[in-house]
Design a protein around this ligand. Structure first.
Ligand code: 5GP
Ligand code: ZN
Length: 138
């Protein structure tokens, strides 16, 4: 299903132009318009899913190997030294376009720290309690 007024549905369908680096019946991979680094790409399913929680499992299983293939092509073609896979779910997590997508962000030697956080501190008790809350909710 497509969602009306969803920009990524329109881009994935080819109704809005994009710099496409890969396409098949189910997905389109495009370059991000506001790249975090040179070559920053997005994998978009052609069907609409709001986020990873609603994503079709078969499609999900296809996207990780595709991300790896594109990351390898970035290393070969652009000379990046590595790449980050980033996938935001929910506004609190930084999602701004509510059509599932995976970011593939090339990382260059000596380049800026793009995907990072300051490690916190947690006691063994905190970890145990937190882990139990998540386990019990699964
Ligand atoms: P999010 O924050 O939802 O994880 O990522 C959305 C990404 O989509 C951002 O990196 C943003 O630059 C990119 N983006 C938003 N609109 C467009 C567009 O119209 N075309 C392309 N190629 N990228 C877009
Ligand atoms: Zn959509």
């Amino acid at each position: 299903m497509k969602k009306e007024n969803c920009i990524f549905c329109k881009i994935a369908a080819g109704e809005i132009p994009s710099c496409t680096i890969y396409e098949d019946e189910e997905v389109r991979v495009i370059l991000d318009l506001g790249p975090a680094s040179k070559g920053h790409a997005l994998i978009l399913p052609k069907e609409h899913y709001d986020d990873v929680c609603s994503l079709d499992a078969k499609l999900a299983a296809k996207m990780l190997p595709l991300a790896a293939r594109i990351g390898e092509a970035m290393k070969k073609g652009l000379g990046c030294a590595g790449f980050n896979l980033v996938q935001n779910n929910g506004e609190a997590a930084g999602q701004t376009v509510f059509h599932f997508h995976i970011h593939i962000i090339p990382r260059y030697d000596g380049g800026p720290d793009i995907v990072s956080w300051t490690p916190g501190i947690s006691s063994a008790e905190d970890l145990a309690e937190t882990g139990e809350k998540i386990r019990n909710a699964m």
